[in-house]
Write a protein that binds this ligand. Sequence first.
Ligand SMILES: Cc1cc2nc3c(=O)[nH]c(=O)nc-3n(C[C@H](O)[C@H](O)[C@H](O)COP(=O)(O)OP(=O)(O)OC[C@H]3O[C@@H](n4cnc5c(N)ncnc54)[C@H](O)[C@@H]3O)c2cc1C
Length: 419
Amino acid sequence: MSKFYDVIIAGGGVIGASCAYQLSKRKDLKVAVIDAKRPGNATRASAGGLWAIGESVGLGCGVIFFRMMSASRKRETQGAAVAVDASTPHILPESFFDFALQSNALYPALHRELKDNHGMDFKFEKTGLKFVIYDDEDRLYAEHIVSCIPHLADQVRWLDQAELRESEPSVSHEARGALEFLCDHQVSPFRLADAYAEGARQNGVDFYVNTNVTGVLHHGSRVTGVQTAEQGVFHCKTLINASGAWAADLSEWATGIRIPVKPVKGQILLTERMPKILNGCLTTSDCYVAQKDNGEILIGSTTEDKGFDVTTTYPEIAGLVQGAVRCLPELKDVNLKRTWAGLRPGSPDELPILGPMRGVEGYLNACGHFRTGILTSAITGVLLDKLVNDEPLPLDITPFLADRFEVAPVEAERMLEPA
Ligand SMILES: Cc1cc2nc3c(=O)[nH]c(=O)nc-3n(C[C@H](O)[C@H](O)[C@H](O)COP(=O)(O)OP(=O)(O)OC[C@H]3O[C@@H](n4cnc5c(N)ncnc54)[C@H](O)[C@@H]3O)c2cc1C
């Protein structure tokens, strides 16, 4: 039997759940989330860093990413005498800073709201993020970052070796100091997604899990619903594409255009719980380390172009472990609890893909959040709610529209609704 909704959200990761939560507060909208529960869901793999400045300047997995790219470019260009400067940070555009910082600023109130109104605590912790400096290359990298963000000077603090050891006594003596980002904090990513979903559920949103969207229905240029493998047809006025690393399929079915979202694999590992050895989150040129509220320590993460593969592999996990033990020597005595991998929804310019697409009505993108979907889920939910309800937006989404990419339409097989 067909089901009718105002809004259908395809994908129930942190982005789909945040959109559902914001829309659920409207009361007059009938909303459903359809999620396939695919292995590799990025939300369940994440570290939960709200590293608004850190990620915008290329830290977190960005350092690893950039240096990996530099290393491979070095290999590619061997013999061509092209110098690659691995000490140059990978700074994202101004529009991303605004997006990330606005999202970050929403967390304290969102945390209270979900806790007080829905009994869900996603463990928002004010930790700061410290980029640990081991050598001259790290210091140059950090100095370059600071020179690129003069407008955020009050959010950045240099720590010399003594100050670093005072604030983080467990950090290795090898560390010469750190650059700290004061507004970069952390949450539990699983609890955040669960909190959005539970808030939405309590406000009346329907969730269909283990349900695959397999096609999109149209009437002329308007999207009118989806076909699912398990639950038949769903009709809707608006379809939101929040299907993470799989978003290109849904956009093709909906619009005839494959948006350029592709999976970027990240491996990560978790230790058994330890007494509190960290006051804040740390990132180095090898890895990042975050002790969660229950004492377990997350060590992440790789950045790999391996398609939809979600295996964990010895060299990559060993590399992360070595990086973490170098930074926090007492980790050598702790057991690993689990290793896993997730698929970040990557886009070519590392910016999310949000909002409508030219020539198609009733369809909105909420995808391509790459390595910052936990951080930017809060503002994404707010934006998508306002787009659905045709209200003014708190920020300009032009830099995030899919139309910025030159992608040719593909001959998609369209499922037409009877007129
Ligand atoms: C190792 C790792 C560490 C990370 N650390 C951080 C961090 O510290 N901070 C941060 O901000 N971000 C981090 N990220 C990135 C963050 O996890 C992602 O950006 C975010 O989770 C993306 O959320 P999403 O909802 O778009 O995708 P997902 O969480 O992948 O959810 C997409 C959902 O869509 C469903 N789906 C797909 N296709 C269909 C279909 N056809 N029908 C029905 N359902 C479908 C899937 O089953 C899936 O559940 C990390 C990612 C990884 C891998």
